[in-house]
Design a protein around this ligand. Structure first.
Ligand code: G5P
Ligand code: MG
Length: 231
């Protein structure tokens, strides 16, 4: 792809501790601005569910709320980014470490990094209340978005489960790790002048600020940059 086409692409990442609303906000961004949305946690859970070799390798890390080794993560994410070479994208949960950020930096220039700062107590409450319908991936929150019948999926009536990494022991480990590991990544993006931080306790209050920031940077829905190359 030549430089002219590169200029049409918009590449962004969203960072924040577990439960900070990365997934919720990413879905809104993807819907409003037409970016491809890639979630590292989703890819990991997908490979665990499919029992692939990579899935077996990462299962214990994810269940314990520990970071998956950098080389495994980059091997999981990079092929997916290569498939999107003509498209604008938003990464949720990657990069998470300085090593991952350096690998990404060597291949792609990010235009924007959104960092979510949410108080610890808010995170703890949100995640310990999160339940999932394993068949569909539907997410409920016992406070924010409860199912009609406690413990049952609204559509199928099947049992809801909690992710192992949302259970109290794993959760504490995830929150503790986040701060230490994220700092050098945040500093890197700050030094590149692309970091935008948002603080608050409610996603609905943070969202309008993110929406207006993106609206000011992206005037139209991003094009599929390769379409214009068709003979
Ligand atoms: P994930 O899957 O990336 P985490 O730990 O970063 O997981 P998580 O749990 O997915 O974070 P989130 O996406 O930041 O959280 O937040 P969310 O899901 O949108 O919101 C959390 C809950 O709060 C939801 O129930 C939502 O409905 C509710 N909520 C949202 N907004 C509000 C609000 O305003 N009010 C209320 N009351 N509720 C709200 O990673 C999982 C694991 O994979 C590995 C690690 O082991 C990690 O622990 N991993 C990696 N390892 C190494 N490197 C990487 N790059 C890795 N990426 C993943
Ligand atoms: Mg998420």
């Amino acid at each position: 792809m030549n430089k002219k086409n590169m200029a049409k692409l918009f590449r962004a990442a969203i960072m924040g501790p577990p439960g900070s609303g990365k997934g919720t906000i990413s879905e809104r961004i993807a819907q409003s601005f037409g970016l491809q949305y890639l979630s590292s946690g989703h890819f990991l859970r997908e490979s665990i569910a499919a029992n692939t070799e990579a899935g077996m390798q990462v299962k214990t890390y994810v269940e314990r709320g520990m970071l998956v080794p950098d080389h495994v993560m980059t091997k999981l994410m990079m092929p997916r980014l290569e498939q999107l070479s003509c498209q604008s994208w938003l990464l949720d949960g990657f990069p998470r470490t300085f090593a991952q950020a350096q690998t990404l930096n060597g291949l792609y220039q990010l235009d924007m990094v959104i960092s979510l700062n949410i108080p610890f107590e808010t995170l703890k409450d949100r995640l310990s209340d999160r339940w999932i319908h394993p068949g569909s991936g539907r997410v409920y929150n016992m406070g924010f978005n409860p199912p009609r019948v406690q413990g049952k999926d609204d559509v199928t009536g099947q049992d809801l489960i909690q992710h192992d990494d949302d259970k109290p022991e794993a959760l504490m480990a995830r929150l503790r790790h986040y701060k230490d590991v994220a700092k050098p990544v945040i500093d890197l993006y700050k030094s590149q002048g692309i970091l935008h931080s948002f603080s608050g306790t409610e996603t609905d209050r943070i969202w309008p600020y993110i929406n207006s920031l993106l609206s000011s940077k992206m005037h139209t829905k991003p094009l599929h940059a390769c379409q214009s190359q068709a003979p």
